[in-house]
Design a protein around this ligand. Structure first.
Ligand code: NAP
Length: 306
């Protein structure tokens, strides 16, 4: 067991998957949970929490590890509420998709003697809520931590042990670098998916039914990403503004180059460009971060199965 008592604040996809994984691997003595709505708390009590409380302050009392698993925009107010109730020597971590904004919002509220180790599991699905979690979500996925230089090495090693115990791999990153990297690998791809789905939505000339009927041609994969939780993604774009705008600017430049190559009929450029992209896809598969199965390993629709 890595921690006697873990408090999960926010009980959605990320926290419920942590709870299932901690239970599966015997990493926590007791899992206490708090979320805003009584409905979510009731589901969590049924499915993965030993105990739920009616406030965040109550949930963190006596906890060795507190995990902030709420939308990024709420982290500061939760930290303000729990600050006075944290046990001396406890570790507080978060799972927010943006780090600078969370560090700035949370740090001022934590008392001396509490270790704050910001984190970000690089795993997720387009589903949310307390029923969406599963024990293997973090298996073989990266979990980024952005500790301050002054971070207590023992507290860090203990948290690392918990994360690795859930099957994930840990990397340590500087806060600003984290925010730039995730803008490239996650935030801007989501912005593009949202935009592409928006374009199709506005194309009144193409009937809705045709868009859906022929969606397996590529559009469908955008819609999966664009089905992600609106609150979470609103907060991501509000709080990682600088890095996202930087990468979006580069994206727009690339798009213009591609547009020009298409207009000029520059097949050589297009072929070379697409060949490089294919190599990136191959390296992601080789790194074990996706499957090489055709169509992302999706089972064919029942009618097409032999
Ligand atoms: P989620 O499934 O939508 O769950 C969010 C949880 O936060 C819900 O239990 C919700 O409670 C609770 N909550 C919201 N506002 C609250 C408040 N004011 N006080 C207390 N609880 C509140 O979200 P998630 O996907 O688990 O994401 C949680 C965090 O993980 C976010 O910061 C996100 O950036 C980060 N993250 C997400 C992913 C992903 O792919 N989903 C990946 C990596 C990191 P109710 O149900 O009662 O509303």
């Amino acid at each position: 067991m890595t921690y006697q008592r873990v408090a999960l604040i926010g009980l959605g996809l990320i926290a419920s998957s942590m709870a299932h994984a901690m239970r599966a691997h015997g990493l926590a003595g007791e899992i206490v949970g708090y979320a805003k709505s009584p409905e979510t708390r009731a589901v969590a009590k049924d499915l993965f929490c030993d105990r739920v409380t009616k406030s965040a302050a109550e949930a963190v009392k006596g906890a060795d590890l507190v995990v902030l698993a709420v939308p990024v925009g709420v982290m500061g107010e939760i930290a303000a509420e729990i600050g006075p109730h944290l046990k001396a020597g406890a570790t507080v971590t978060d799972v927010g998709s943006v780090k600078r904004a969370v560090v700035d919002a949370v740090t001022p509220h934590l008392p001396e003697g509490v270790h704050f180790i910001p984190g970000h599991p690089m795993a997720g699905t387009e589903y949310s809520g307390p029923r969406s979690g599963f024990a293997t979500l973090y298996q073989n996925r990266w979990w980024l931590l952005t500790p301050a230089e002054t971070c207590d090495p023992q507290a860090l090693a203990r948290l690392r042990g918990l994360i690795e115990g859930m099957g994930a791999k840990v990397d340590l990153l500087d806060v600003a670098h984290h925010d730039l990297v995730v803008a490239v690998v996650s935030h801007v791809p989501h912005a593009i998916a949202y935009t592409m789905v928006g374009v199709a939505d506005h194309m009144r000339r193409v009937s809705q039914s045709e868009v859906i009927k022929y969606s397996a041609a590529g559009f469908r994969d955008f819609t999966r990403i664009a089905a992600s939780d609106p609150v979470m993604w609103r907060d991501v774009f509000l709080t990682n503004k600088e890095a996202v705008l930087d990468i979006l600017g580069r994206f727009a430049e690339e798009l213009f180059v591609l547009q020009r190559a298409i207009r000029m009929g520059d097949g050589e450029h297009l072929h070379a460009y697409f060949t490089r992209s294919r190599a990136i896809r191959r390296s992601i598969i080789e790194a074990g971060q996706d499957t090489a199965a055709p169509d992302f390993g999706r089972a064919p629709p029942p009618a097409e199965r032999a």
